[in-house]
Design a protein around this ligand. Structure first.
Ligand code: ZN
Length: 423
């Protein structure tokens, strides 16, 4: 693989306006030119009536649940109850490594070429990652009581050193690291602040589940409710950890020092909190997980409000414990169905460039000269006509899987069996 020219009905660079009858030149895995002309001597592959878009970016996932055949619990299950069940279903040992491998392969087949993973298992489970999408591994940390913060930070730092070994062997083009204090109901403010400092020392991104459920808001404000009961049950409760009258905004404030912060879910962020995120949009991003949101029957997601305010919104699948699969294209389609007033190009940006920007990964998420040739071809439904954004809308209304996938200029199979052996 040295030279490749792809032509499509429309190329969506995302970082630049769409190009009808566009072409992309690829050399040694990287994009060298985007436009209409192909210089003489380049072998052109015509994709026909297809849209060529950047490889999709999944900004939030827990791969350890990728072997689950179905979601855990019933639709509308309260989050604290679901967490009780998930603790029981968590795989261990070889089963975890197998699930992670299955999730990596499934993601690639769905056109996800960059993935942010919440990592809590042994490093060896990620050896298969060399065969999967580009990864950001966010080392997870849990420690609610004040007394736990010191040992929890030490554990994260030790694990990061271990993961550095894997990252060095794979290269920074394939694997990067971040830190993830889990959520306000499992990580104390002092633990979160210390982990933000750890992230700053490495210029690494931070990921935090925040404002996910009403029960979380109740815990922050009153120090009571189902999460207090759950923490009590697990011997983790400490009444001095959260100041009464706290809110998600207090946690956003802790994240403002991060080199890059991913605020995961944010289902119940109010207007002042979203405005604060918009003010810090250079470093702070919101990760919307549409189908996980539907599964838990949360109140309507504040997507139009967040986008209007200027919040960077990207997309995540969360895990198969609350989602039927790991397809970002499906998340884009659901977001489009729920919010038809949002421009389809904004939805495409959420599933590509916004995720890359949130992760501070400059060379992915867009079709641009110098960037990696991570791309996905989406077949247009028969008879689709109109301007580029109308064609994109017709693909978002359709249900066809991604047609073709390139990772670093190398074409991957969309078929399960071949996908593994063919790379
Ligand atoms: Zn999650």
């Amino acid at each position: 693989m040295t030279k490749l020219a792809l032509r499509a009905r429309v190329v969506f660079p995302v970082a630049a306006p769409p190009i009808e009858d566009g072409s992309v030149l690829v050399e040694n895995g990287r994009i060298t030119r985007v436009g209409r002309q192909v210089p003489a001597g380049w072998p052109v592959e015509d994709l026909g009536d297809a849209l060529l878009v950047p490889g999709l970016v999944n900004a939030h996932c827990h791969l350890e649940f990728s072997s689950l055949g179905r979601r855990i619990g019933r639709k509308g299950i309260p989050l604290p109850e679901w967490i009780r069940r998930i603790i029981e279903k968590r795989p261990t040992g070889k089963a975890t490594a197998k699930a992670i491998d299955a999730g990596l392969q499934e993601s690639l087949r769905c056109g996800v070429t960059t993935l942010a993973e919440i990592c809590r298992t042994e490093t060896d489970a990620y050896r298969a990652a060399v065969d999967g999408p580009r990864l950001v591994l966010f080392q997870e940390s849990i420690g609610f009581s004040q007394a736990r913060a010191g040992s929890a930070v030490a554990a994260v730092e030790a694990r990061l050193v271990e993961l550095d070994g894997l990252a060095n062997s794979m290269g920074k083009d394939r694997l990067r690291l971040g830190v993830s204090p889990h959520a306000p109901y499992t990580a104390s403010p002092s633990l979160i602040r210390e982990l933000v400092s750890t992230a700053l020392g490495r210029m690494a991104p931070v990921s935090l589940h925040l404002a996910e459920s009403r029960e979380e808001l109740e815990l922050l404000n009153d120090g009571k409710g189902p999460f207090q009961v759950l923490l009590e049950e697990r011997g983790m409760w400490d009444q001095w950890v959260i100041a009464r009258g706290s809110s998600p905004q207090d946690y956003l404030r802790m994240l403002t020092r991060s080199p890059a912060a991913l605020v995961v879910h944010g289902n119940y962020l109010d207007h002042p909190s979203l405005a604060m995120m918009a003010r810090h949009a250079g470093a702070m991003s919101l990760v919307y997980c549409p189908r996980s949101h539907i599964f838990f029957e949360h109140k309507t997601y504040p997507l139009p409000e967040a986008l209007d305010l200027g919040v960077r919104v990207c997309l995540g699948t969360d895990s198969r414990a609350s989602n039927p699969d790991l397809s970002i294209l499906s998340e884009m389609r659901v977001a489009h169905r729920l919010f038809p007033q949002v421009n389809p190009e904004a939805i495409l940006r959420m599933g590509t460039l916004s995720g890359a920007e949130a992760l501070r990964w400059d060379e992915v998420g867009a079709i641009k000269p110098g960037g990696w040739a991570d791309m996905v071809a989406l077949r247009l439904p028969t008879g689709a006509t109109g301007l580029p954004h109308e064609l994109l809308r017709s693909v978002l209304r359709d249900d066809q899987p991604v047609e073709r996938i390139w990772l670093g200029g190398r074409e991957l199979s969309t078929e399960p069996a071949v996908a593994h052996a063919g790379k």
